[in-house]
Design a protein around this ligand. Structure first.
Ligand code: AHM
Ligand code: MG
Length: 328
């Protein structure tokens, strides 16, 4: 007896029809899927073709750009533009906002085509992460940099692992797995587990002495209650938290002995990293805050590449640390 798993596209068609939606979003998602499959392919075969090295240029955040980042960025731009549905995009790899179908487009897409760049030379998990907001269809469009709360969807592909997680506003967070025909199949609704038995804490422990004193104190008192896991790729680390519960944190660095190494605004980017996972987490029953203990989804970006600290995961942990941050 042949068994057929539901594909992502079948799932999405049903979803759009159930909620009486247009097919524009489907066309947009098709372009995102096409990009992800191509990135998956290049990443899997990159080592064979010698393209895992550094490209030698520097991106807008001053970090090394790898060939893979460039390839992934070009792929995503190509497919987004071709969809005809995107007004403009923000990419981690480009300083300027990228205009696309400025007149007729419907969506804004904020993306990081290859997040977790330190994993690239090792072919270890990286993420293609994106947030989607919708143009104001009635009346003039007055702004394009939206807070996470205004996203209509956000998602991430963990590459080359082959998982895709997508959250819809008020319609849940879903995970799919790539099959042998490169289709994402088998929708599973994600819900953070309430029981603490599986919870994990995930952060770069090399930085712990440089966090705010209140964050250090909380870690010292609480972290041993949970397993510690860190792979240095937000998509991979958050993927685990979504399944097992717990908290991923990338706090501000404020106590570094070399003041030049402080990062009072955090490291991660708000629009295409932090808000993307915060949105997914909310749809899975969790929450996220920034260094001031504000709900991360309420933080309105002032510039496309704005950074933020991030605490994301199971509600009770995020609320506890959020309360401490609001007081400190
Ligand atoms: P990138 O955009 O340069 O790849 O940096 C983002 C990554 C995240 O995926 C990850 O959570 C974090 O940076 C890891 O940083 P660190 O190496 O400081 O632990
Ligand atoms: Mg990144």
């Amino acid at each position: 007896m042949l068994q057929f798993e539901q594909t992502f596209m079948d799932f999405l068609i049903e979803h759009q029809e159930r909620f009486n939606r247009t097919y524009h979003f489907l066309i947009l998602m098709n372009s995102i899927l096409n990009s992800a499959k191509r990135i998956q392919f290049y990443y899997q075969t990159g080592a064979l073709h010698g393209s895992l090295g550094l490209a030698g240029s520097v991106n807008v955040q001053g970090e090394d750009v790898m060939q893979m980042d460039d390839i992934a960025n070009e792929l995503v731009k190509h497919y987004l533009r071709r969809s005809g549905r995107v007004v403009h995009a923000v990419s981690e790899e480009e300083e300027e906002i990228i205009p696309m179908n400025v007149e007729g487009g419907r969506y804004f897409v904020y993306y990081d085509p290859m997040d977790g760049s330190s994993n690239v030379p090792h072919n270890l998990p990286i993420g293609f992460m994106f947030g989607i907001a919708k143009r104001n269809l009635e009346g003039p469009e007055d702004f394009h940099l939206r807070a996470g709360r205004e996203y209509i969807a956000s998602g991430m592909f963990v590459i080359p692992t082959g998982t895709f997680t997508l959250a819809f506003r008020e319609a849940g967070c879903w995970r799919f797995h790539i099959d042998e025909t490169m289709n994402y199949v088998k929708p599973t609704r994600m819900a953070l587990p309430e029981g603490r038995r599986t919870w994990e804490i995930s952060y770069n422990s090399a930085n712990r002495d440089y966090y705010d004193a209140a964050v250090q104190k909380w870690l010292a008192e609480n972290e041993r209650k949970y397993a510690f896991r860190y792979m240095g790729s937000l998509a991979g680390d958050f993927h685990r938290i979504l399944t097992n519960g717990g908290m991923f944190l990338y706090p501000a660095i404020v106590n570094h002995p070399d003041p030049k190494k402080n990062r009072p605004s955090g490291k991660l980017r708000l629009m295409y990293e932090a808000a993307v996972v915060a949105f997914m987490c909310r749809e899975a029953g969790g929450s996220a805050v920034d260094e001031r203990g504000r709900d991360l989804l309420d933080v309105a970006p002032e510039k496309p590449h704005q950074r933020t600290a991030l605490y994301v995961g199971s509600g009770p942990l995020v609320e506890e640390i959020g309360g401490i941050l609001r007081k400190s």
